[in-house]
Design a binder for this molecule. Structure first.
Ligand code: DGJ
Length: 692
């Protein structure tokens, strides 16, 4: 007897099947199949031949490959009983349940008392399938590894794209050729991490940003994950995602993976990117329709040196440039004059703010801005009243290494969470704070899933009691970005790099997973504090305008010209944000490697904007035509270079776009491409398009 199940979201079909009572395997994942496809036939067609050097049957690449069934690769489950003896269950079918939460497939092993439930839920609008695995045991067991539903990877694929990074250099795409054996990525720092964003894209051979097939994966967990991509001796390929191994440190009777998000595309990497962007924006984030205000964040202007008159002056200038939310960063609490002290002491520093935060907040409000405040709740400095009172609240041993002179509080403890809740709630109740920048600046002393669950519980409690307060996830920039934290926050601080050139690349690559509306991007100082580069205001402003815009420089440094450019770009962003913050970000295939370009397409396709940035000097003299994407070939669009006045003197010709708008077909724009005027490196053309 064969069991089979079919999941469709209109763009992708996933077929699961099991012979007898064995665990199901994915026998098809790809472009939507016809409604009448005979699944029995698919299952029969899926079986592999057997030849020399093989077992007499091929062990199934199931949703949880079983070590005890001769599976020749990494198993989906590694656990021990309470006494430490390895358990190797052999699961049999128990039941299927269809619920609002999706399809649940339940399996049990009577001999070990272990059960597995696989859940799958397709989303017909975002075209993302969400799945997860739950383990139940009839007595406490030690879990080392549990994979979310394990999926096969395509054979017509030469490489994997996963994501590495570092502080000020997040979202670096790593392309690794498939070969026999294992590629493993594991974040063991207790955060999703700068180094290992939990995502994977498997392109089919020849796939680019705009064409070809791709399979996307994202594991929505902030506590560190493990990814395995393995090619078996018989040539089959499997992908596993789960929590970092051994991070569930106490025995238990139930363990659940985080959701694994799946997206198939036959429109290039962009198909996966758009599915993830829409899913994050429309399903993961709460209140996705709230207008995104222009931020001002004072960190790179004053650091810890808070002086009320200076901050008021800065706020006044920021508002006149167009800022709508003023975020007071680190340095307002305890006796926090540098990063050696006060984390944990969440009381306003009376030396810096003798009358409390009221005068600053009132000033900010009088300017028409709202007020946001920085916290780093999960951390403590030894030089703090909190640590002196509760040294036992620290996570891990006291002889551990420090990070930024700080230690981590043990959020698995209810009393620690209650204390932090009370301190933060008091600040939120006593002040008109409508935004929290929630930072997390050091790694954990060891991976610990209970810490992440504790952090989630604290944030969830605050969100329930202060639903109007938005939260930004920051961890020295982009150290905690994933759909798990985004379920409880509205924005990520993508990177501490306000270098527009680096930001351009980071946010371009992050768009494989993140929509513009959650991706913070700020105009930094003229001389970048983290790279030493000097970048023109126009480039800085347009790079920030590609995402959720903000400023972070000291506005007192701006020349009249710089202030005007910044105010103009900010005005443009505000005039367009209503559609931009719901647009799809489509990465363009740039013929010139020096050009990083993307097209942001309004829902419904009536308008778009293309940002074409020259990140380096081109090898050739003339700009190569830039092919657009996502347009209707037989429709005419009016395209207009809105910053043509930025053309440098060395652009001596008069191409049509330098003179005015053009009406051209989508077919031309996508097939030939737009020929932009010559421009300097580190500058950006901004091309608007409207469907006629
Ligand atoms: C790290 C963050 O990424 C910065 O933006 C800033 O908030 C500092 N922490 C403050 O300590």
């Amino acid at each position: 007897m064969t069991h089979h199940w079919r999941l469709d979201d209109g763009r992708q079909t996933l077929v699961l099947a099991a012979r007898g009572g064995s665990l199901p395997e994915c026998v098809y994942w790809g472009a939507a199949l016809p409604g009448g496809e005979n699944l029995e036939t698919l299952v029969a067609a899926h079986a592999l031949d057997v030849t020399g050097g093989m077992l007499d049957e091929t062990p199934g690449l199931s949703l949880c490959p079983e070590a005890a069934r001769s599976f020749p690769g990494q198993p989906g489950l590694v656990l021990r009983d309470g006494g430490g003896t390895p358990l190797q269950p052999r699961f049999s079918f128990a039941e299927t349940r269809e619920k609002d939460s999706g399809l649940h497939l339940v399996y049990r092993d009577a001999a070990t008392g272990i059960g597995l439930t696989f859940r799958f839920k397709p989303d017909l609008e975002t075209h993302v399938i969400t799945c997860e695995t739950t383990l139940n045991a009839d007595r406490p067991v030690h879990l080392h590894w549990l994979a979310a539903p394990v999926l096969p990877a395509p054979h017509l694929s030469d490489e994997l794209i996963d994501v590495a990074g570092r502080w000020c250099g997040e979202f670096q795409l790593i392309r690794t050729p498939w070969s026999a054996g294992l590629r493993a990525r594991e974040s063991r720092t207790g955060r999703s991490g700068h180094e290992h964003f939990p995502g994977l894209i498997i392109p089919a051979r020849g796939t680019t940003n705009t064409q070809g097939e791709a399979y996307g994966f994202h594991y929505g967990w902030s506590g560190g994950h493990r990814m395995l991509a393995e090619e078996l001796p018989d040539g089959r390929r499997q992908v596993q995602f789960g929590h970092a191994t051994g991070s569930q440190t106490t025995p238990g009777t139930q363990f659940q993976t985080a959701p694994l998000y799946l997206a198939y595309s036959n429109t290039g990497l962009n198909g996966c990117a758009v599915a993830f962007q829409r899913h994050a924006r429309d399903r993961i984030i709460h209140q996705p329709n709230r207008t995104r205000p222009v931020h001002y964040n004072c960190w790179e202007a004053v650091y810890f040196d808070h002086k009320l008159p200076d901050l008021q002056d800065i706020a006044t200038r920021a508002a006149s440039l167009g800022a709508e939310r003023f975020v007071l960063d680190d340095g307002w609490f305890g006796r926090r004059d540098d990063d050696t002290s006060s984390l944990g002491d969440w009381q306003v520093d009376a030396r810096k703010y003798p009358e409390g935060l009221g005068p600053l907040i009132n000033h900010v409000h009088a300017l028409g801005m709202t007020f946001g405040l920085w916290f780093e709740p999960e951390m403590v400095n030894e030089n703090s009243d909190l640590f002196r009172a509760h040294p036992d609240w620290v996570l891990g041993p006291m002889d551990q290494m420090r990070g930024r002179q700080q230690l981590v509080l043990n959020l698995a403890r209810g009393d620690v969470r209650d204390h932090l809740y009370a301190r933060i709630a008091a600040i939120l109740s006593d002040h008109a704070v409508e935004y929290i920048k929630w930072d997390h600046n050091r790694v954990l002393p060891m991976p610990d899933a209970a810490q992440t669950s504790g952090s989630y519980a604290l944030i969830d409690r605050l969100r329930a009691d202060f639903p109007q307060v938005e939260i930004e996830s920051c961890a020295s920039g982009g150290g905690r970005i994933d759909f798990g934290i985004l379920q409880r926050t509205q924005r990520v601080w993508l990177s501490d790099s306000n270098d527009a050139l680096e930001r351009l690349r980071i946010q371009h690559d992050a768009a494989l997973f993140l929509p513009g509306s959650v991706t913070g991007s700020h105009v930094g100082p003229r001389h970048c504090h983290t790279s030493g580069r000097t970048i023109d205001i126009s480039m800085r402003a347009w790079v920030a305008a590609q995402r959720h815009m903000g400023f972070e420089m000291d506005p007192r440094e701006l020349t009249e010209h710089e202030a005007k450019v910044l105010a103009d770009v900010t005005r443009w962003w505000k005039g367009n944000r209503d559609w931009l913050m719901h647009a799809d970000i489509l990465r363009l295939d740039s013929a010139d490697p020096a050009v990083i370009a993307e097209l942001q397409l309004a829902q419904g396709g009536s308008r778009f904007v293309t940002f074409a940035a020259k990140a380096a000097t081109s090898a050739q003299i003339s700009p190569r035509p830039l092919r657009l994407t996502g347009l209707e070939p037989m429709t005419t669009y009016r395209i207009d270079l809105i910053n043509r006045s930025a053309a440098p003197g060395l652009s001596r010709g008069s191409p049509a776009l330098k003179r005015g708008p053009l009406d051209v077909s989508g077919a031309y724009l996508m097939g030939h491409g737009v020929t932009l005027p010559w421009h300097f490196p580190e500058t950006m053309w901004v091309l608007e398009g409207t469907r006629l």
